[in-house]
Design a protein around this ligand. Sequence first.
Ligand code: ATP
Ligand code: MG
Length: 332
Amino acid sequence: LPRVLSGIQPTADSFHLGNYLGALKDWVGLQDGYDALYFIPDLHAITMPQDPKLLAKRTRVSVAQLLAIGIDPNKSTLFVQSQVPQHAELAWVLNCLTGFGEASRMTQFKDKSAREGNEQASVGLFTYPILQAADILLYRAQHVPVGEDQRQHLELTRDLAQRFNSRYKKTFVVPDAYVIKGTAKIYDLQNPTAKMSKSAASDAGIINLLDDPKVSAKRIKSAVTDTDREIRFDRATKPGVSNLLVILGALTGESIETLETGYEGKGYGDLKSDVADALADFVTPIQAQVKEFLADPAELDRILTIGAERARAIASVTLRQVYERVGFLTPK
Ligand code: ATP
Ligand code: MG
């Protein structure tokens, strides 16, 4: 089976609907046709300041959410990045293959460091995409499901793979960006031209999987729409209404056209309460499952131990080859 690899950072108390509809839903489907590896990149998370207790808690909650939405540890390798030391070890070798100027062109660093204030931004944030390259290359993954925001990083990964292969010996698979099809980009309810984001300045426009459905219903009912009354998909002139239609369509499986027809003669209030109901139906069982997984930390640890062992078994083979090819002595 071809191999896919993807990760989601433990940087919030809950994943949001954009994470689910834009990525995680697809991860679930990929488990059948692929050898899938999914991980929580906690090493990446500390490129921005994190409270230690909160990071640990969010890592567990992240794993519980992946299990609750249908990531099956018997089908996929599910692990926490810091439990596989080869990620950091390969990243060092790749750091030494990356030009300073090349790393300086990464736009995520420019964006995130500008937010932090350039002097405060860590060197880890600067080398973030190189660690990401290590994540991918360690497992020789052919396909890497990424959003549009990660395309530049994947390009760097490809460059580094080719550079290592030609400087030393063919070692890495040069991965392709797997453009997630049939998934939706979800926008902020209050600012429907900006993507829904964990790190948004305000959470008023975010729909979190783990929020009380009543809280989400309130946010949905306050979603920004427009001044006419027509329920019609049109991103350019009706971004708020379009976003709600996309969310409802994704949650119910209805096409946008069917929804538009059904809402003829109805108002935004109807649409919003249907979105709120569909959301409640969707998150209620997920929340119950998350609770169950969190109530049994020994089982969660068992799942992660198995995942980390499987990941290390693959990663250690790649790293051993890399070390040997670079000229490091093999420990006897
Ligand atoms: P941050 O703001 O901290 O970057 P994020 O909300 O962008 O957080 P990530 O952990 O960076 O979340 O992304 C996890 C996955 O979710 C990625 O595959 C990303 O492409 C996808 N994703 C994030 N936001 C959206 C969105 N609004 N719509 C669709 N997909 C999204
Ligand atoms: Mg992001």
